[in-house]
Design a protein around this ligand. Sequence first.
Ligand code: NAP
Length: 261
Amino acid sequence: MKLSGNTILITGGTSGIGLELAKKLLQKGNKVIVTGRSDSKIAAAKKLLPDLQVIKNDIGQASEIENLVNTVKKDFPDLNILINNAGIMQELNLHDESLTDNQLVGELHTNLLGPIRLSHRLIPHLKQKSESAIVNVSSGLAFVPLPISPVYSATKAGLNSFTRSLRAQLKTTSIRVFELAPPATATPLLADANEMDMKGISVMSVEALVDAALKGMENDVYEIRPGQSNQLKWMNRIAPEFIFSQLSRTLDRILPPAKSK
Ligand SMILES: NC(=O)c1ccc[n+]([C@@H]2O[C@H](COP(=O)([O-])OP(=O)(O)OC[C@H]3O[C@@H](n4cnc5c(N)ncnc54)[C@H](OP(=O)(O)O)[C@@H]3O)[C@@H](O)[C@H]2O)c1
């Protein structure tokens, strides 16, 4: 698809992958609107990229999605590309009885329910454009779960499944449906990652990741799996138990000692 002259909404575009996408898409001659929750990140993004349009918004709240849809349709009627990028990732020890409901399922609201709700609400608008797209940012962990981040992995597998169904349902419309499944990428999301857990994982630069994403979109590659994401997808077909055991190794750090049977 053509990546110039578009009007593009990127959720969670004030940091990491979303911010780099915004930068490169502005350079290619698009109008770019980004969202995020934090005032300071919004201000920093605007300072870095003065042409950027910014909207404070929490994609994890259904009522805020309604506000976002209304604002975007009113202020940016030319909008023709939605990039569902906002995401959070946490480690969760399911043995921890003190976890609150929000700690347990908070990732679902941002990573899965947000993209589902926003895509659904914008389909009527996007269908009216001669060329339009929805891009869902999942993860290599959509193909093989990382058990130390069980809910995050479930949200990304869910987003992969939803994206495939969405693509099938929109096949007779002007809306192309892409999935970008990044591998481990050097952004603030990974800043707190445990050093031992990252052993053997090659971390991609955010610039290389975004170059691969844009090249994929330009060539109508509908499931874009840069670097180790592609390996995870194929390893899950060839040797599923082996690759799952590899990704389960990090659990040794948090699990209680095994009880003898
Ligand atoms: N980095 C990786 O290794 C990696 C690998 C695979 C997939 N991904 C996926 O790539 C996407 C971008 O991640 P990143 O690495 O660029 O992370 P990041 O640097 O932490 O950026 C996340 C962005 O999302 C925003 N955000 C978080 N929760 C939000 C919410 N409820 N509503 C609106 N905005 C929200 C953040 O701003 P505020 O905090 O101000 O809201 C920020 O702008 C995520 O979906 C992530 O799961 C990343």
